[in-house]
Design a protein around this ligand. Sequence first.
Ligand code: NAP
Ligand code: MG
Length: 405
Amino acid sequence: MNHIAMKTPLVEMDGDEMTRVIWKMIKKDLLLPYVDLKTEYYDLGLVHRDETDDQVTLEAAEATKRLGVAVKCATITPNDARMKEYGLRRMYKSPNGTIRAVLDGTVFRAPILVRGIEPYVRNWKKPITMARHAYGDVYRDVEYRVPAAGKAELLFTGEDGTTSRQTVYQFEGPGVILGMHNRDDSIESFARSCFQYALSVKEDLWFSTKDTISKVYDGRFRDVFQHLYDTEYKEKMDAIGTTYFYTLIDDAVARVIRSEGGFVWALKNYDGDVMSDMMATAFGSLAMMTSTLVSPDGVYEYEAAHGTVQRHYYKYQKGEPTSTNSVATIFAWTGALRKRGELDALPELVHFADALERAVIHTIESGKMTGDLALISRLPHVERLDTETFILAVRSSLDAELSRG
Ligand code: NAP
Ligand code: MG
């Protein structure tokens, strides 16, 4: 069989523990036999991050800016226990945080739906992708415990010395206050990433805030989105038959539950924090959730939403059998290959990515799956496979897909 050609390399970021083991298997069994795989390889495994004083993470992020598409393996975010376990020289920051800061990007989380793993909400037929703004609001607030009666004021002093002063509250006894902020440039980057992503997956974009109550603050978010839609994205969305839809956050929650799915839902920082855990659970499994980082200028980084599956890795190291779900990591690769294929006009590469995703879904729907899914599947006959046997089952299904043309 001829290998499928690539033009521009993907940025490949290797990672840690069980997902690093899976990474190798996916390349060996599902990619290298079919694709003339071109990647620029960066080892973000914790050992190599420590050896390079975390420079490798910055280099990988810069490479992503240059080449446009990256695929990333899950990585350890160091804490005290990891400092000891790996004898680290210092407590490195989360690689995802570093990469997101360089790309100024927004994270989109989307569930992978298969028959047998039913969402808790019966009418959800298609995935709902969530985008959470990753800057400011209550995550960067200033808080104060008011000890006794007194006046709380909001004071802004401009660089030219002009001031604005408003009373927050006239306290007659103890209480609490907080000050929070956001920036126009951050809101605009967020909005652009959301429109870019929605265009790229050809879905409607929903956005919701509490602008009836927070007229200036949330109103600013609403206006930035609306302005970008009217001036830049409406024409592009019209052309592919999609649209932008704004509504109040409480109305949005009710509509999301009643919907069939199949759209992108943009949320402010706190709303996204709360809603993403609920949505991941409602769709069934964290191991079936993908995560895509999109920058406002349209750079894409694909990964699984879960971590390095540490507990399984310790079993693997002891030589015990594991049954770790590789689906979200496989979909990180297919997402990246499909995007590369679209950008480089390589329809065969796009076709391969589609076929591999169908093969994964077909494998699970035929009853072959890893332990985490076997526990929740409603299929009548379920076969629980170990980590690599599942990947090899996907490979047989992929061969069948590809021979069908
Ligand atoms: P985790 O790796 O997501 O795993 C938590 C638990 O969820 C696992 O122990 C396992 O449950 C289940 N699980 C997650 N993914 C699975 C999969 N693919 N197949 C089967 N089961 C799966 O989270 P964690 O244990 O809290 O974190 C481990 C490390 O990952 C940490 O060092 C953290 O810093 C890192 N992390 C990285 C990223 C990232 O790079 N994006 C994200 C999150 C966490 P059972 O043990 O019950 O089988
Ligand atoms: Mg949370």
